[in-house]
Design a protein around this ligand. Structure first.
Ligand SMILES: Cc1ncc(COP(=O)(O)O)c(C=O)c1O
Length: 402
């Protein structure tokens, strides 16, 4: 179906929740995707921080093919090898002792919120259920996770929201300390806020938050849905920030494109989830877990992570140099291959300009360009991005001058 017709069809039959770019992507390989008309795009979006090994990675494709031919799904009424193996590998390489699998980031955060409430309920009784989260955060689109999300635009029209959430300013310790009450069960945050405009938590702040949580037996939840699985240059962002959470959520990169989410916790916390306390029909099914195992094995082998760390530094340096040269760039922030550039022009316009020049990039809010490519992105591709951005900023500056 030609792209124009596809667009008309999709707009007629799909609910209008997304503002899509006017291209139809039909295939991908490595760091590139191709549209119906055969145009090539370098992918600095990576399915919104999902395709960490790029497109059609041979190990991932083979793992999915093999598992699909053997057993796709059977439910959590039974044991399956890929699920147990994946849980063990995640535990072996993180602070956590146990894992609950689900299918998305929102679901992983739902699980984390439920686990925190249940832990607190069992230990302290009914009144201690509040969760403090951050302004500008993003935790998902279910009722509890959109309530946890500190952005009014995500909540608008869905009131009444779920009781028991308070939002405080990110990286502001005193405000957080003042928000803690005898009802506080958990503090939840992203080590790097992604959707909210790419803001990095300061290590000192995180350490103080950890100490506060430990003193008051408040659970610390890290939402690593976007930062996890090598995005920031280490398997999990918390490793670089020298602070362990009690609960961590993962999704996005975990399955390299196959939907899977996970909620990881320490043993004393995980104990609060007994049989029947939480569940998901598809959660951790053999196909998704086989995909995630393939992704994790590639990451643990080390070379992709080393490369991601180097490319993260290269991208960050290049964007900062670009900021020095262009007045319409206000700020560059990020960690590893999660980089944001705050601009003085409409971010969506820049996204459109990049698309026309064969680059997929993404906007996080009205003024922030976000770069979240596959971890296998190359130096030459980053150079091309920087060159294209420079041309776009020059053109906008020239227009503004007239
Ligand atoms: C930090 C964070 N948490 C949660 C989510 C929600 O994930 P999902 O869209 O898979 O439900 C996202 C999605 O962008 C995210 O960035």
């Amino acid at each position: 179906m030609p792209t124009d017709e596809l667009k008309r069809n999709a707009d007629q039959y799909l609910m209008g929740t997304y503002a899509r770019q006017p291209i139809s992507i039909v295939r991908g390989r490595g760091t590139k995707v191709y549209d119906l008309e055969g145009r090539e795009y370098v992918d600095f979006v990576g399915g919104i921080a999902v395709n960490i090994l790029g497109h059609a990675h041979p190990d991932l494709v083979l793992a999915i093919q093999k598992q699909a031919a053997q057993l796709i799904h059977t439910s959590n009424l039974y044991y399956t090898q890929p699920q147990a193996k994946l849980a063990q590998m995640l535990v072996d390489h993180s602070f956590a002792d146990q894992v609950f699998f689900c299918n998305s980031g929102a679901e992983a955060n739902e699980a984390a919120i439920k686990l925190a409430r249940r832990y607190s309920h069992e230990k302290y009784g009914a009144g201690r259920f509040e969760i403090i989260t951050m302004k500008q955060s993003f935790h998902g689109r279910t009722m509890a996770t959109l309530t946890a999300t500190g952005q009014a635009k995500v909540q608008k029209g869905y009131e009444p929201l779920v009781p028991g959430f308070t939002h405080v300013t990110f990286n502001h310790l005193i405000e957080l300390e003042q928000a803690v009450t005898e009802k506080t069960a958990a503090i939840m945050l992203e080590p790097v806020q992604g959707e909210g405009g790419v803001h990095v938590a300061s290590p000192d702040y995180l350490k103080a938050v950890r100490d506060l949580c430990t003193q008051r037996d408040i659970l610390l939840i890290f939402d690593e849905v976007q930062t996890g699985m090598g995005r920031t240059g280490t398997l999990f962002a918390y490793e670089q920030l020298h602070v362990h959470p009690d609960i961590m959520t993962l999704a996005k990169g975990l399955g390299g494109g196959v939907p899977i989410g996970a909620c990881l916790a320490t043993a004393p916390v995980a104990k609060a989830f007994g049989p029947g306390s939480h569940a998901s029909t598809f959660g951790g099914n053999p196909l998704a877990c086989a995909a995630a195992l393939a992704v994790l094995r590639v990451l643990l082998e080390g070379r992709v992570l080393d490369h991601a760390r180097r490319m993260g530094e290269y991208l960050s340096k290049g964007l900062s140099e670009c900021k020095e040269r262009h007045h319409n760039v206000r700020d560059v922030r990020g960690l590893g291959l999660l980089q944001g550039m705050e601009v003085e022009i409409d971010a969506k316009t820049v996204v459109g300009d990049c698309l026309k020049r064969g680059l997929l990039i993404n906007a996080a809010g009205e003024r922030v360009l976000r770069f979240i490519p596959p971890l296998i992105i190359t130096q030459a591709e980053i150079d091309r991005l920087l060159e294209v951005l420079s041309q776009i900023f020059d053109r906008h500056a020239a227009h503004a001058a007239h």
